[in-house]
Structures are given as C-alpha cells and as structure tokens.
Design a protein around this ligand. Sequence first.
Ligand SMILES: Cc1cc2nc3c(=O)[nH]c(=O)nc-3n(C[C@H](O)[C@H](O)[C@H](O)COP(=O)(O)OP(=O)(O)OC[C@H]3O[C@@H](n4cnc5c(N)ncnc54)[C@H](O)[C@@H]3O)c2cc1C
Length: 447
Amino acid sequence: MRPLHVIVIGAGTGGMCLAQGLKRAGVSVAVYERHKTRSDGLYGYRVGIDPMGNRALKECLPPELFDTYVATCARSPKFFNVLTEGLRTTASFELLPNDDPVDSERSVSRMTLRQVLLTGMDDVVHHGKEFTHYELHEDGTVTAFFADGSRATGDVLVAADGTGSRVRRQYLPHAEVKDTGVIAISAKVEITARTRALLPAEAFEGISLTFAPKGRFCIWHVMEFKWDRDGSLKHTVGGNDAELIERWPGLLYDNTRDYINWGFSAATDKFPPDVLRMRGEELKRLVLDMTRDWHPHMRELFEAADPGSCFPVNIRTSVPIPPWKTTGVTLLGDAIHTMTPGHGVGANTALRDAMLLCRELVAAHAGDKTALEAVGAYEAEMIPYGFARVADSLAQNGTGGDDPLHRPVVGRLVLAATRAFFRTTALVPALRRKFIGDLTAYRGADV
Ligand SMILES: Cc1cc2nc3c(=O)[nH]c(=O)nc-3n(C[C@H](O)[C@H](O)[C@H](O)COP(=O)(O)OP(=O)(O)OC[C@H]3O[C@@H](n4cnc5c(N)ncnc54)[C@H](O)[C@@H]3O)c2cc1C
C-alpha cells in the first residue's frame, strides 16, 4: 500500500486541528488556505471551547502545544449574568470554578486559537491558495484546483472551508445553508480604567446576556490574557505558563490584547437593507441608533468600540440532508453543519469532527482499513450529531428571525417570561444549581 496523503481545504478551526493530528501521527497532509497570511481575514473575537473541544485539541496537538493553548486562554468567566437594557441585573449565577485543562469551559481569543493551531505547521499550510473545484479519479484519488492555476492530488480531500464551502457546492449541491433572519454586529473595546467601570462587577468578571424589547439582544464577554498591551507577560504570570508563552512564536502574529467584546443582534427586518455592507463607524452609529433607550454605560461601550473591529454577521444555518454515498471527498465543521451561535458549539463540533476523522484516517494509514472505509465510518458518526447540533442551536430562544421574541406584541410577553424564568431560577436554590449544572453539562455532552 502506498502511504496515505490527505488534502485539507481551509486552515480554520477544524481543518487545522485535523492537520495537527495527522502530522502528529505521521500521516502526510497538506492544507490549502485562501488567505495570504496567517493573520488575514478573521471575523469574530471570542470562542468558548467546551470539554469536547478541549479533548479534541488534547488528542490532536503535540503535548507542549496543547499546554500553550491552555496558557493562552483568557481567564475563565466567574459569573453568568442576565442584564436588562437599563443595566439592571435580572439574574446572576456564580459559575463553578474549574481549572482542569480538559474538563472545563475555556474562553479563547479566536486569533490566538488560530495562531496556536498554525504553530509548527509552516511545512503543511499553503497560504494564498483559493480552492476552485476538484476532480475525482477512477483510482479513488482526488485532485484539487486553485485559482492561481496550481493543483494538488491526494487520497482524501477534506472540505474544511467553512459556511460558504465551495467543495460542498460541488459535492453536495442540494445541501443548502439558509439565513435565519437574524443579524449580529460585533466589536472589541479596549479595557481602560473608564471602560472597566462601565460594567457592573459581576458582568466584568463574567459572561452577560442582555434581552431587550423588539427582540434586540447583546452578549458581553470580558477577555483578559496573560500578556500586556505591548505583548510582554503581566507581572502576575510566572512558572510554566510564563515559559510556555515566552517561547511560543505565535504571539508575534497575534494582535489579541485585553478587551470587552460585545455582540448586538436583532431580526434582519429591524436593520437597514445595506447593513451587511456597512463597516466601522457606520455600524457603531447604527447600533447606537438602535439602542437609544439603553443605559448610557452600555451605549458608551458601543461608542468606545474600535471601529476597525466592528463587523456584521448574517446568522446562517445548514438545512440537514440525508447521508450520501462515501467517496474520497468528505466535509467537516461549518462546511457541512453551519449552526447558529445559539448553543456556542459550532467550533466545538468542528473540533469533534477533526478528532474523529483524524482517528479514522490514522487507522487507514496504519493499514487497518481503506481510506474509503475510514471516511465512511467518520461520516456515519458525524452526520447524525452534526445535524442534531444544528437543530438544537436553532431551537434557542430568539435565534430565528421569526421567533416570537421578535414579534411586536407577543415579543413583549416572551421577553417578560424570559426575564421571569431567569429571576426565578436565580432565586430558588435547587433551580439555580440545576441551571448552573445544565449550562456546562449540555456543552460537554456527547464527548
Ligand atoms: C462571530 C462568531 C462567533 C462565534 N463564537 C463561537 C463560540 O463561542 N463557540 C463555538 O463553538 N463556535 C463559535 N462560532 C462558530 C465557529 O467559529 C465555527 O463554527 C468554526 O470556526 C467552524 O470551523 P471550520 O473549521 O468549519 O470553519 P472556519 O473556522 O470558518 O474555517 C474555514 C477556513 O476555510 C477557508 N476557506 C474558505 N473558502 C476557501 C477556499 N475556496 N479556498 C481555500 N480556503 C478557503 C477560510 O478562509 C477559513 O480559514 C462563532 C462564529 C462566529 C462568526
């Protein structure tokens, strides 16, 4: 048998986790990424990695790089809060402290995670390679073609090219991704003495959700890292973490500094039609316009956002399809199961796919099965849980533009019920304990 060669399209969360795992196991792999540099084109600032995501990273990354991933996470949130748009606390739940590197929830800068995943992969990742199409050959091999006229052939082609996947469009043209009818606008605010004072203490130490009338919503994350504005270690950091960060080359490419991240969303029909083309100051003005009755501190945080960090996202979701015939082309992550941020499991599910596919391809490399059997076994497991996560992410309150929360009159009642639910849950100890348990248990499920 000749050695297996795997081609991955897309150097995102799932593609790079898979590539790290294959390289670690000695399987030949090449990743082709359309962006020209390792810092280009990343949208979004914070991602929550749950025990399943941690497990996938632990299995795929070399041990020291996994430790670097843990050392470069932001400090974990201590509270989960629900705030009104008037900055009153509807409910505040203290989260269980957990420092376990794997069995815990981690708050991660998306840019830092990207740099971790690219570490040690210069010989594997080819930047500036925009995939256009592929050809499947009779001997089972696959050739990928790129916009610059080049091509690459392998035994398995993995579509890790995200929501707009070109591989999926050619391979499974009936697989649709549809708009949910919700648009989000996100930005970063530098942490200063002034911006720090704008959030209540529990909100600064935690994750907070603001449910407001007319289906308007905002999520607030505070991200504090072990390095300072100039990229040098904070004086409180020492020991192993200090060593890991100091010898990690990824920080050179990582512009992540302490920040408050807000993500404002509402039904698409509440925004002007050209919102997805807006950027920077124009988007900030729009959020300020849509939150005229919000607390001045929240508005100051909208105002204080770095305009260069402000971007709109059209929230989309995959339409599940029945299983398909296995070939040497397969898909992972958003390329096959794009989901709303409702449960915060898009990246975690991409990492889970990467771990599973990696195990299967390593078995094929070892001669325990054929590449086709490996892809078949992966898809048999991935398709049911992938589409299940799509469905339950969509089922979250307010996730679709046609949800009652977005309707004029019913929406007020749903908002009142949502607030009453959180208030009661926070007040009744048994409900409170269950809520805190469920908050993490769900996201770690199916590990
Ligand atoms: C703002 C925001 C916040 C989020 N927060 C969370 C969260 O808290 N928790 C969570 O679990 N998930 C979260 N997600 C979802 C999560 O980021 C995605 O589900 C996850 O990144 C999917 O990984 P992926 O590898 O499938 O795709 P991606 O990470 O999107 O990677 C796809 C890669 O393919 C490349 N590519 C695309 N087309 C081509 C082409 N033609 N040729 C070559 N390369 C190509 C892209 O440039 C990109 O690098 C969030 C998403 C966004 C946008």
